[in-house]
Design a binder for this molecule. Structure first.
Ligand SMILES: Nc1ncnc2c1ncn2[C@@H]1O[C@H](COP(=O)(O)OP(=O)(O)OP(=O)(O)O)[C@@H](O)[C@H]1O
Ligand SMILES: [Mg+2]
Length: 465
């Protein structure tokens, strides 16, 4: 092709190109523009030629020129132009125009309208943000990880559950398990990480952290060759389900205890009837020891009551709710337990804030609770001291507190109190508190413990007035 023909071809290409083409002299004045550029900028050729029109950021031109002078092949910029009909994204690519001798004579520029691409990118970005928000605000948790340098590095972690576990995405993303979990817990998860990374599908495990139990389900993500490139996990909080399961287990235990209780109570009641009968006979025979017999008989009645109460566990029984003065209930219990206290060199000090404090309750059941709590307090202080029993009004409640100077209960064991058969005593049955919780609950009250190691324990009963 001769020079003339190639010149014509060049002109034809410039004229018909769908990309904007322009040439600037070294001062930045337009010397040539094509139709496509007119369309892109919305300016006429006559308005542009020979002028420095500020449709280009002046720095952009100067920077490009400098870089091209220094030998860069081309320079690319993306810019936004404002036209009457809206904003457009344009990508400029600058080239050096050189004379046959190699002298830098002008700057050529190809301008492409990339608004569509930008719109797509923005849409994709928005969908990505939406996805991240969905992951962030889900009740559960999603995480992903991949193997990098023999370590399983998290590439994503978010969701409400993550925060409930006491973690944040910043603590997890870019890290392996050992970076944010206690060593023991991290090691226990490694096996699952490995198995999922090796392609095992639908791997499920249970984890717990900060009193939250969760169920994680792992799934490997594979590329078109079937190689695992990442593992995705979704987790749900199953703490409530766990608690329900435990309650169920506890209530199953309780029903077994109930059956046992019924049997034991039955066996105790028969000899009691005999004892009571003979005590009555003796009372008639030895009139002078009248008081002793009265005490014996009333105590036998109490045993009978307690045995009956024990049977509450076996089947619900009618409880006799009546108005009673809680101060009197406490007063009547102290003599019963005092012998044991004296043996342990203990003094029981009582403090009643109110003259009378009437509550609706089953008297014998409340006596049983106070005896159980006092017995625990005495057993906790074998080397003497004092046990304080206080009774005061607190808003719409009565608060009875039994305060001992025993060794205290470690915080992690407080939640075990009331579990059937939980005992630390060689001869304990571990039923005392369970029965007490049961009774207080029936009175719509609350039983709770505060304890300081080597200082003592406060057992509090809160009852509605
Ligand atoms: N005041 C206290 N100080 C220290 N530990 C206590 C106290 N009260 C309860 N505990 C702990 O709670 C456990 C359970 O008490 P609970 O009364 O239910 O059973 P127990 O006293 O062991 O047996 P029992 O069935 O004979 O009452 C006790 O074994 C003891 O470890
Ligand atoms: Mg006890």
């Amino acid at each position: 092709m001769n020079t003339h023909a190639s010149g014509e071809l060049c002109e034809w290409i410039i004229k018909n190109s769908t990309d904007g083409i322009s040439v600037f002299d070294l001062e930045g004045n337009f010397v040539l523009i094509n139709k496509a550029l007119e369309r892109i900028y919305g300016w006429e050729e006559s308005e542009l030629i020979g002028k420095k029109i500020s449709i280009l950021d002046s720095n952009e031109f100067e920077n490009a020129k400098q870089a091209l002078q220094q030998g860069e092949k081309d320079m690319q910029y993306e810019t936004v132009i404002k036209r009457k009909d809206g904003e457009f994204y344009i990508a400029h690519t600058f080239f050096a125009v050189r004379s046959p001798e190699g002298k830098f004579t002008a700057v050529a520029c190809i301008s492409k309208d990339i608004s569509d691409r930008k719109a797509m990118e923005e849409k994709a970005m928005k969908s990505y943000q939406d996805l991240l928000n969905t992951i962030r605000y889900q009740q559960g948790m999603t995480f992903k990880y991949k193997k990098i340098n023999e370590r399983y590095i998290h590439t994503l972690a978010d969701g409400e559950l993550l925060y409930r576990l006491g973690l944040t995405p910043e603590q997890v993303v870019g890290k392996d398990l050992f970076d944010f979990l206690p060593h023991e817990i991290a090691s226990s998860k490694m096996n699952y990480c490995e198995r999922a990374w090796n392609g095992e599908e639908n791997l499920i495990y249970e984890g717990a952290l900060n009193n939250v139990t969760y169920l994680a389900s792992l799934k490997p993500i594979k590329d078109h060759n079937g190689s695992v490139v990442e593992v995705i996990a979704s987790c749900i909080d199953i703490s409530r389900r766990k608690q329900a399961e435990e309650l169920l287990l506890q209530s199953e235990k309780l029903s077994v205890i109930g059956q046992l209780a019924a049997g034991v109570a039955h066996e105790i009641r028969n000899p009691l009837t005999a004892l009571k009968g003979f005590s009555q006979l003796l009372k008639q025979k030895y009139n002078e020891s009248h008081d002793f017999f009265n005490i014996m008989l009333s105590e036998l009645d109490r045993i009978n009551y307690i045995v009956n109460d024990f049977m509450i566990l076996a089947k619900p029984q009618a409880v006799h709710f009546q108005w009673h003065d809680i101060n009197n209930i406490i007063r009547s219990v102290i003599p019963i337990i005092n012998t044991q206290a004296i043996l342990n060199n203990l003094e029981i000090i009582t403090e009643y804030d109110e003259e009378t404090a009437l509550i609706r309750c089953d008297e014998n059941q409340l006596k049983q609770v106070i005896i159980n709590l006092l017995k625990n307090a005495i057993e906790a202080t074998p080397n003497g001291g004092t046990i304080q029993v206080t009774c005061k009004k607190q808003g719409k409640h009565i608060l009875v507190q039994i305060i001992d100077q025993g060794p205290g209960i470690p915080p992690e064991l407080i939640k075990k109190l009331g579990e059937p058969f939980y005992t630390t005593k060689p001869n304990g049955t571990g039923l005392g508190l369970m029965i007490s919780y049961n009774i207080i609950e029936k009175h719509r009250g609350k039983l709770f413990f505060e304890s300081r190691m080597n200082t003592g324990t406060i057992a509090s009963i809160q009852l509605p007035l």
